[in-house]
Design a protein around this ligand. Structure first.
Ligand code: AQP
Length: 344
């Protein structure tokens, strides 16, 4: 077993942050800080696997760092930085490109979704994305990764890469004096009632940064109170009242989504929310959800606005975070280079 438990997670600056990013990831970063050391990264190198306007990339990078801090990630306690500041991420990703198999990458559903019918024309980086993600995590020998449900397959691939590296280099790992599980088999931490927040216009589609079909489908973290309330009021629902039991939400994706969002925002289970609202119509539930969402997201958005208005504070936090991250990353890479057989 690795000597210490450690958390790593990241978000890519590829669009405006939304409620899914918040409930599936950012909000869940905060309590983990009391359990083990945490590293929270803005994964800007992942963002450029598809075209990003450089000005937008910078703006979204600040916005994500601001969201971490506004949600309660303590920059003294946890490490906050942007990936491109620690060159070891790219270096380890290259080694993992030589460990991972083409077939493993080709099976990734997120690649298939993003590439669509255009797979010959997407970037090589998009194909190799999971290899860089494995490097992000294993550079810090992270044992726990809080993510939304959509990242489960990538986390499984991270474990496969760790295992194959440990096996391929077993003799060298032992000769260099390390335990045979040099890289840990990282656990995804996918928990709570909102691990997959769905579009407000279609309960079968994930809420996503790259969703552009309708602005009403997505609650953005920077939305003002009126906009949040309007989007919830207009959210698609079915004509039935809320069921009396949580099981009654099955087959009702829009209702399940709104109840899941309420539960995650108030830190209760779906069953507890249903115990309170079961039998009531959306005419009563939606205003309660809107009020709750505004009360949680409003102060968070205010703090984000304050932070991005003066990026000096965020820059100092990310610079300090990168220094601390680099120390850990440099140690791991020194070990990896020696295991692989690189001289120097
Ligand atoms: N709808 C969601 N529900 C719950 N969790 C979600 N996450 C994303 N969407 C939802 C979680 O947010 C974290 C950051 O994700 P990311 O930026 O690295 O990439 P993503 O998962 O591809 O997010 P998006 O918003 O869908 O971005 P685009 O559209 O650019 O691909 C992850 O923990 C993710 O699980």
């Amino acid at each position: 077993m690795p000597a210490t438990n450690r958390v790593f997670s990241g978000i890519k600056p590829s669009g405006d942050l939304h409620l899914g990013n918040y409930l599936g990831a950012i909000r869940r970063f905060v309590p983990l800080q009391d359990q083990m050391p945490c590293i929270y990264c803005v994964v800007d190198m992942h963002a450029i696997t598809v075209w990003q306007d450089p000005a937008d990339l910078k703006r979204w990078t600040y916005e994500i760092a601001a969201a971490y801090i506004a949600a309660g990630v303590d920059p003294e306690k946890s490490i906050i930085f942007n990936q491109s500041q620690v060159a070891e991420h790219a270096e380890l990703a290259w080694i993992f490109n030589c460990v991972a198999r083409m077939g493993w990458m080709a099976r990734m559903t997120q690649f298939k979704d993003k590439a669509g019918k255009n797979s010959e024309n997407v970037s090589l980086g998009l194909f190799a994305y999971p290899s860089l993600m494995a490097a992000d995590i294993l550079l810090y020998k992270a044992t726990h990764v809080p993510v939304g449900d959509d990242q489960k397959q990538h986390l499984e691939l991270t474990r496969d890469i760790a295992q194959k590296f440990n096996n391929d280099y077993a003799t060298s790992i032992a000769a260099n004096g390390f335990e045979d599980d040099f890289f840990p088999l990282t656990e995804p931490v996918i928990a709570g009632p909102a691990t997959r927040v769905m579009s407000l216009r279609d309960g079968t589609k994930k809420m996503s940064k790259s969703e552009t079909a309708s602005d009403m489908a997505t609650i953005y973290l920077m939305d003002d109170a009126d906009t949040i309330a309007r989007k919830i009021k207009k959210a698609k629902t079915d004509p039935e009242p809320l069921p009396e039991t949580a099981e009654g939400l099955e087959g009702r994706p829009e209702a399940a989504n709104l109840v899941g969002i309420y539960a995650a925002l108030i830190d209760k289970s779906t069953a507890e929310v249903i115990a309170e609202f079961g039998g009531q119509g959306f005419g009563a539930f939606k205003p309660a959800l809107a009020e709750l969402a505004v009360s949680v997201l409003g102060p968070q958005a205010d703090e984000m606005r304050r932070l991005v208005a003066d990026p000096g504070e965020i820059e100092a936090i990310m610079r300090n975070g990168a220094e601390r991250a680099r120390e850990i990353a440099a140690r791991t890479m020194q070990e990896v280079r020696s295991i692989v057989g690189f001289i120097g």
